[in-house]
Design a protein around this ligand. Sequence first.
Ligand code: MN
Length: 677
Amino acid sequence: MIERLLSTARSYLLDLDEKRLYEAFEFARDAHEGQLRKDGAPYITHPLSAAMILTRLHVDEDTLIACLLHDVPEDTERTLDEIEDRFGEKVRFLVDGITKLSKVHYRNDMESRQIESLKKLFIHSAQDPRIILIKLADRLHNMQTIEAVPKPEKRERIARETLEIFVPIANLLGIWEIKNQLEDACFRILLPREYSEMTRLVEASEKERERVRKKTIQAATRLLRSKQIHFLTIEGRQKNLYGIYKKMLRTGKSFHEIYDLLGVRIIVDDVSTCYQTLGILHQHFTPKIGRLKDYIAIPKSNGYQSIHTTVFGLNGIVTEFQIRTQEMHLENEYGIAAHYFYNHKKQNSLKKDVKKKYKWVQKILDLQRNISSNRKFLEHLKLDIFEDRIFVFTPKGDVVDLPLGANVVDLAYHIHSDLGMLAVSAEINGKPAALTTLLNSGDTVHVVTSEESDGPQVEWLDHVHTHLAKSRIREFLKEQDRTTVLDDAEEVLDHKLQVLGLTGLNDLTPLQKVMAMEHFVAETWEDLLYELGKGNIEIADFLEALFQDSELIGSKEDLWDVHVYDRNQARRLKSESIQKVHRVELLVESQNRVGLLRDLSNELANLGINILAIQSLPRPNASLARMQFVLEIFDVREYQKALGALRKVDGVMSITRVQNELSIPLSSGDAQKKPAQ
Ligand code: MN
């Protein structure tokens, strides 16, 4: 196996010191002597396989050496000092970045060890991104051999951690090949039934088309040769089972609707050959109208470059060809790694967009400076850095990368603190919008500022999504004087309670106040309000605590109130959470118009909220409509979202929470049923 590593490395590293690489292999092999992997193989097979994975990214010699040595300090008698003596300071730094913190020091708290080790990994990676590449290869090989881990809980824990932390990193860095393989390995562990179903579907449809694919590749090869086109590779494309599965869930389409194309990729020497190849294919196969995408002339916003064309191929089977150069291919598939090593070869500093991608590391460093508790650190890490991303544009055309769920305030703070401070409103795609408007990928957002601005409002805390915006708003609120803070807190709270169907703060009973004070460990009611006003306690959390299991969102005895079920697969994958659902009844008064009911239901459907019942109520005159909705709501946050969405619907005049005297009896048959999705 070492021979294979040497020859592969030699094929792309012209100045490879083979002797040094071989010495690293021997050093690792001897250090791990007698140790076995869980599957019974000699331990050295693990670092060797990880190094083989890295050769696909064309990494340099030090990275390969560090990868061979990556488990030595942690699992053997050999030390980092010895590694430095033999292989130098650079290799030591790389290996050190991967090495977990001492087991001895953290023996009573393995969770802390885990998180502190992750922090260390990120901090070191910020200085040298090759570390994170080694970690990804290490994790990929561990996931590929995870069957050997005997305990199912452990397998699942590792798979979940991989899906939550390492897949998003590979995604951010644009290393698709590793991302896809990691994802499929996690998929297999976490959703074994779905995984084998997807495998079965792919295999069944592959059988039919494998023959056609081979023939297509043969035909394309002959065609290009006959026109003297030199190409490097013609191959079928890799499948990402988890990607197809997620797309099925997201779009509701069937497997065959999504996985319908025969995919063939052609890699050539240079750009002009790409276009020549395209021309030849189009002469021979009829292209499908509207399916030619030239991402070479106009790269995607993430930098992706390739030509895509869909044609009626052999036997009329719809076939997508992707045509690109080797350099584009490496960048498309291996993202940051390709940039890094490509530029190093050219003795250049990192390109600007590579530096941009490193911002995530900077963000992690900021996070860890600001957050003391480990659990919070991990939560924020997942939220701010690794959640699904959206890309929005500034009026100048700059692309800003934000987590899904971010609003205008998040964007403002992301661009500059002062922009957040002075923001008063926004224009999204040229239309006026509130600062709390959720952003979508592709929006062009202009943040309108004013020197007269009162500054951030405590209410924003309820809507912002990023840790950065939250902490900046809190910083601002902390500096306000106590009376202003208290006044603001009262006003906001009063309003929130009214929205929830109460008359306001005066409605709270002394008992409720005392319980809330106890819950948040506040000495006095005023102290509690003060903390709320400063944003140290979130309004949604406060409302939750205040109304825990009480009449706010359905009572406990209510037959329909407590359902326990998996909301959908996607959510289960993320959090494994099984949640309690509350039944909430809303009275909507609106101007009567065609399509009103459809629009209202659509808004709820978009939020994924289940409607248990809808009923039209007698109305005072023909131009008015009164409707009662019975909804399933998870928590106060979702409740507020539902209200916000319904209010936006054209013609809606008021929405009131219906108390019991108005409620519509549902038939008892419904009560037993689990809600349908
Ligand atoms: Mn390892």
